[in-house]
Design a protein around this ligand. Structure first.
Ligand code: UDP
Length: 256
């Protein structure tokens, strides 16, 4: 995995250790893990996740157990500037997904899609097969099964022999799920991908490219779902900023 000269390989933001890689580095790292069959737990952290981690110690511990936590969103970039922890790029699951599918289609790796409302993961599977002929979708399962059904879901994933498992159940559930069950699923890579399936199933439109490029994806999402995301963004963004400034002033408390 290549490292750049001007960016540290990882940064520490609000006590969370984050891999500071480019998208190309991330894809190479995933490829290498698949080839060597090195089990890897991956997730992404954005400003909202930092707010959750500040209040939920179990989630913070789940993040600490991940092999890689990637940096998602403009908020994290701003935090990096404030904390003098230069963030290299916005590596979010939604941008990673098609690139990952392309690589898997080329290499014959298989994918299991777990999460979102009934029918959504199936629609994503169809999208992936249409876009990347040759990709093997090992299976899919919605994310609203009862607690008691977890073992049978794990057994289904295990029997599918999927190489890569995407868990789209939102933070903090998906990280807890990965840490608890990944080993038993037998997958080589497990990735927590939040609301990604809703985009690729066509359920929720994704922000146009110019908005994503200018760090305004959160605004687009807010306009799409004001009721659900109003608190997260309108209050959450300021809470996040306050937390980052606090952690700069009292850095001793945030050594991770
Ligand atoms: N979800 C799920 N099971 C649950 C709760 C949520 O599968 O018990 C799904 C939900 O349908 C959505 C995703 O998890 O597709 C979370 O989306 P959100 O926008 O909250 O995640 P973000 O991308 O912001 O992390």
């Amino acid at each position: 995995m290549s490292k750049t000269n001007s960016f540290p390989a990882s940064v520490l933001i609000y006590g969370i250790r984050l891999a500071n890689l480019s998208m190309d580095d991330v894809l190479s790292a995933i490829d290498a893990a698949l080839v060597s069959k090195t089990r890897c737990r991956i997730t992404f952290v954005n400003a909202d996740c930092v707010n959750i981690a500040a209040k939920n110690n179990d989630y913070k511990k789940d993040l600490d157990q991940m092999d890689w936590v990637f940096i998602d969103g403009i908020g994290m970039k701003i935090a990096g500037i404030i904390l003098n922890q230069p963030v290299r790029s916005n590596v979010n699951g939604t941008d990673l997904f098609p690139l990952l599918c392309k690589n898997l289609a080329k290499q014959g790796g298989s994918l299991y899609l777990l999460g979102a409302k009934p029918g959504v993961a199936d629609a994503v599977a169809k999208w992936a097969i249409d876009q990347f002929p040759g990709i093997v979708i090992a299976g899919s399962q919605h994310g609203y099964f009862a607690k008691g059904e977890a073992e049978s879901v794990v057994a289904k994933i295990h029997d599918s022999h999927a190489d890569v498992l995407l868990v789209a159940m939102g933070a903090p559930q998906q990280e807890a799920w990965i840490n608890r069950y990944m080993q038993s699923t037998g997958s080589v890579i497990a990735i927590g991908v939040g609301g990604l399936f809703d985009y690729y199933s066509g359920n929720i439109p994704r922000a146009p490219y110019w908005m994503r490029k200018s760090g305004l994806e959160w605004l687009f999402r807010l306009i799409q779902e004001p009721k659900r995301l109003g608190g997260r963004y309108l209050i959450g963004n300021w809470t996040f900023l306050a937390r980052i400034i606090y952690s700069k002033l009292f850095s001793g408390a945030f050594k991770g």
